[in-house]
Design a protein around this ligand. Sequence first.
Ligand code: NAD
Length: 428
Amino acid sequence: MADKGYNAFNMAQQQFDRIADMLDLDEATKDLLRSPLREYHLTIPIKMDDGSYKVFKGFRVQHNDARGPVKGGIRFHPQETADTVKALAMWMTWKCAVVDIPLGGGKGGVICDPHNLSENEQEKICRGWIRQLSKDIGPMRDVPAPDVMTNNQHMLWMMDEYETLMSGKYPGVITGKPVVLGGSLGRTEATGYGLIYILREALKEMDMDITKTTASIQGFGNVARYAAELYLEYGGTVVSVSCWDQKDGCTYSYYKKEGVDLNELVEITDRFGTIDKKKAEKKGYVVKSGDDWLTCEVDILIPAALENSITKENVDDIKSRVKIIACGANGPITPEADDVLEKQGIFVIPDFLANAGGVVCSYFEQVQSNQNYYWTKEEVLGKLDNKMTDAFYAVWQLAKRQKIRVSDAAYMIAISRVAEACKLRGWV
Ligand code: NAD
């Protein structure tokens, strides 16, 4: 989003330049990969419910499709900018490449606030977005998905418009659909479970017995909850979760030394991931300040709420017992804090690897939709486990071999795969 002084695309390019130098990429490859292949700017006119007309600005960025059709969400946000969409599209390219799925990176958006739009107006925006782009997206070109403030209903309107324009059934044009209309089983669990598959392997490599570990989680939404579910299934203990409290306008951590009872907490949580404070207190949880999740005496921290939650201001509050931070949220650690963690020897599993389970499962949805044949949840999660585990070991082994940060190793693998695809195609 727009933020004075911060430009996400500049940051993504700087990050890319650093790794490109480590990989010694040639100038043409660098030039190609540091910019998107295609960038669409749309003007979507809508007749509003009150009879007036309003024009919305939309975007789609296809960063690179050397490895396959591009994939990436569509965001509805009043402060959306072309540069943010470009940065996110680039990050999607690396995310798809690091988990080795045959897709490129894309992202889209519309400058609008769904809170101030009726369902009917939102539907018109979705259909208008597709009408402008129908010739430039498609199951073999570019496959959008839900993202900030878009959901499966938006995706269905978009799919319906595309199918109407193309006179056929193309469920593979979009992912994030409900299971009854071409969605994939396992998508709800995918991001949280994917993170734990990787954490499980990381703990093995660090000679830590998962059943003897404890964790503290920031957030109690989709990612946090399913990460907690699988971690508990593997025998770990979650001592604290935290969430935003809409009523009190602040965050709280919910602590239980002997470990939280996930089902009990889910029962008292609303659909936005807010735990009912009074009910939690009655059930014996100690309610602490929202920042407390970070200062728990645990082995594992899982930031799974929002960006910039571990900063240079609070990184020194992390207890020396913490050995691993597995990033469920996007960008939860600032670069300065990351440097401190590196010096302290805390192993950080970077976000674009740790939370890639979602996009892997979206890829599975696309595959199932294209073949019009759907897998069981066990099949989906089994394939997800294999993908995440393989991705982790490729990154881990490179990091060990070259004695570099795991996040650098992940970027090196991702960028070199995309560079190689461009080379093999004869683009550079
Ligand atoms: P969500 O909306 O389901 O849940 C967010 C949770 O964070 C809620 O429990 C909310 O109360 C809590 N929260 C908000 N602000 C907080 C704060 N300051 N302190 C503590 N808790 C706070 O979101 P989600 O889908 O679980 O996504 C969480 C993060 O993971 C986001 O950064 C998202 O971009 C990223 N992510 C999600 C997916 C996915 O598939 N859902 C995939 C990749 C990355």
